[in-house]
Design a protein around this ligand. Sequence first.
Ligand SMILES: Cc1cc2nc3c(=O)[nH]c(=O)nc-3n(C[C@H](O)[C@H](O)[C@H](O)COP(=O)(O)O)c2cc1C
Length: 460
Amino acid sequence: MRIAVLNGSPKGDVSVTMQYVHYIQKKFPQHELKILNISQKIKVIKKNEKPFQQIIDEVKSSDGVLWAFPLYFLLVHSNYKRFIELIWENGTESAFKNKYTAALSTSIHFYDHTAHNYINAICDDLNMEYVGSFSADMYDLLKEKEREKLILFAEHFFGAIEKKLPTSKNFHPVIHSEFDYVPSDVKTKVDIGNRKIVILTDSEDDQTNLGKMIKRFSRSFSDEVEVINLHNVDIKGGCLGCIQCGYDNNCSYGDKDGYVEFFNTKVKTADVIVIAGTIRDRYLSSKWKMFFDRSFFNTHTPTMMGKQIGFVISGPLSQIPNVRQILEAYFEVNQGSVVDFITDECEDSAEMDVLLQNLAERLIQYGHEGYMKPVTFLAVGGTKIFRDDIYGRFRFPFRADHKLYRKHGFYDFPQKDYKSRLRNSIMMLLNKIPSMRKDIYTGRMKTEMIKPLQNILETK
Ligand SMILES: Cc1cc2nc3c(=O)[nH]c(=O)nc-3n(C[C@H](O)[C@H](O)[C@H](O)COP(=O)(O)O)c2cc1C
């Protein structure tokens, strides 16, 4: 069998993910895994019809397609995302139709599920036969048990193709609306005081719903707010994945483009950031993805501390909860406070005016009050992954992260919680006495659990 492997790593052949593909190839020499470097070659692929067509021809003539990609900011790399957009832009969806497919990723398991949801949904949109996914930690290949799993995954994939096994769709098609937003004049302006508000967008046309939402929204404020279009920021390309930034947060692009300066002077200095974009396939645009990927020069250090974050989105956001989760997670993990998402899905211009006005008011009010929304699992879970990996296996090369984590007390390991450790030791001992154990679990557990909270109620 011949499998087209769509390589999502910007590092091309020198890719961790491709070692997993090579391993499958080694174990299944009877099949040919044809690796196509998508992310690394995107500049050639998008400018030139021939290289793009060659990839599509490979897909067409293959027995199956393997999406093999590294995780990049809770999704795939921006260049891979661009390739996916090109499939529809060039009207080549039919090449993928009814092809058996599977997804293989490497990562540190930080939001690998959202990337796999995305690729699975794209496969469903392309009417492919999606067999399943395999999400490996980047060094799983070193472990025998994990290698065995990988072999079985490949076996299942090849078997599904050979036997033409049935597959199910996991994601419903997205329905786009024709609704045309007609904004009304702003009646009351929100006083922004000394707060700096930045609206970031990739809007290319003022007359789209997004363009009109941005205009209406920015007029809600008493003073001019800065609207920055990502198309006007000098971004020469996507993240190279080189990790040079690990040492001291210096991006290898250096001053070859304007991204780092833009991020440091416009994004980091803002009190309020509003992300304004349109749903494109199952995410925002690849331009937006590039914005997020390139912010990696900050490595794993939070960049949104104390900032209020709003979203103005055109398109069916509520049909793609995965996008919302990705965006919320990015800002939560970076210690920003996500205030709300406003979309054009209500299909009512007057209601949208009210919602946009209300978002403007809350972004300022919460900032004045210093109200930062409590974090959810998105940040709690994600931050623990970073904490453990930076302390442990990735202290090198991420020296800059380690320095900051140590300085700011990010290494909040539970073994440092001496009070809990002491209490645990005493209680574990008492637990060994049957009568005490009975008394604790049947008589006192519930009341003891709320005791410290009741103390607060009485004293504060
Ligand atoms: C810019 C950048 C962003 C990343 N984002 C994520 C992420 O969101 N989640 C994750 O688990 N790993 C993330 N990683 C780790 C890579 O996915 C991981 O190292 C992968 O094995 C690299 O594969 P490759 O060598 O094939 O490119 C990121 C790495 C880089 C350089």
